[in-house]
Ligand binder design. Structure first.
Ligand SMILES: NC(=O)C1=CN([C@@H]2O[C@H](COP(=O)(O)OP(=O)(O)OC[C@H]3O[C@@H](n4cnc5c(N)ncnc54)[C@H](O)[C@@H]3O)[C@@H](O)[C@H]2O)C=CC1
Ligand SMILES: O=C(O)C1=N[C@H](C(=O)O)C[C@H](O)C1
Length: 248
């Protein structure tokens, strides 16, 4: 059966790439391609099975709530999700128990694996910091991926009863980065880059560096199409993270 896919944010860097990937996928067809100013209530179960949403953090929640209200499954790549926003989506789904929302901070297999390995490494190292590096057109810092990675590492450290990370900084004008769940996160914006993340782990006399590089937006497309194919599998639920569909 052909999956009818609509794209919201279709004129953006990611949305335009998703439009091309959907048009090239043998089991999908492009339904609607909408962007800012378009009426999202054009999207209905009569024309769409799954909506892919890549817009901006400021509008994504509102878009997702509208789309859930329209009775369609939603796959979201936009960043900026908090527990409070996720709870609002969960409440909206209660009125549409046949539909699902899937959100991935990052659809690239390299990054999803790096985060998986980081969770495994977390319990073995005293120190850990995250450096994310992106193109200068990116509007949010730190990246959604880096925030998610910090939470995953913090959870693994907590489960292993790790002590606080050593740090004797006495003065800081901002150069130690943003502290997310106890982990220092540093954001670099540099022309020529696309999306890159390093997780640095340290012990006395040794270092482990996990690095994932997305050189091109095509790196995200297999993950987006995988999520589209799985859409609707957890009816009434919000699922976060592509690892849900990878047997790691
Ligand atoms: N999960 C993942 O793997 C990835 C996530 N991202 C995230 O995806 C988001 C989009 O990134 P880009 O495509 O680079 O941004 P972009 O700025 O190129 O595209 C955003 C698009 O959304 C549109 N838009 C703005 N308001 C809208 C509204 N109310 N309704 C519909 N469309 C609206 C804009 O007109 C624009 O075309 C960002 O949050 C970014 O961090 C980016 C790459 C990979
Ligand atoms: O804006 C981007 O480009 C990206 N955004 C996502 C993020 O903030 O984590 C995913 C990837 O890093 C590319």
């Amino acid at each position: 059966m052909t999956i009818r896919v609509s794209v919201v944010g279709a004129k953006g860097r990611m949305g335009a790439t998703v439009v091309g990937a959907v048009q090239s996928a043998p089991d999908m067809e492009l339904a609607l391609a909408l962007d800012a100013g378009d009426d999202l209530t054009q999207i209905t179960p009569a024309n769409t099975d799954v909506v892919v949403e890549f817009t901006v953090p400021a509008v994504s929640l509102s878009n997702v709530l509208t789309l859930v209200g329209q009775g369609v499954n939603v796959v979201v790549g936009t960043t900026g999700w908090t527990d409070e926003k996720l709870a609002q989506v969960g409440e909206a789904l209660a009125a549409h128990p046949d539909n699902s929302v899937f959100i991935a901070p990052n659809f690239a297999i390299s990054t999803v694996l790096a985060e998986h390995f980081a969770a495994q490494a977390a319990r073995y190292f005293e120190s850990v910091e995250i450096v994310e590096m992106h193109h200068p057109n990116k509007v949010d810092a730190p990246s959604g991926t880096a925030i998610h990675t910090a939470h995953v590492i913090a959870a693994a450290r907590k489960e292993a009863s790790m002590p606080p990370i050593p740090d004797n900084t006495q003065t800081d004008g901002g150069s130690r980065g943003q502290v997310v769940d106890g982990i220092h996160v540093h954001a670099v914006r540099l022309r020529g880059l696309n999306a890159h993340e390093e997780v640095l782990f340290g012990n006395a006399g040794e270092q482990l560096v996990l690095r994932a590089d997305s050189f091109d937006r095509s790196s995200f497309m297999p993950g987006v199409l995988l999520a589209v194919r799985h859409a609707g599998e957890n009816p009434g639920k919000v699922t976060v993270g592509l690892d849900a569909y990878l047997e790691l």
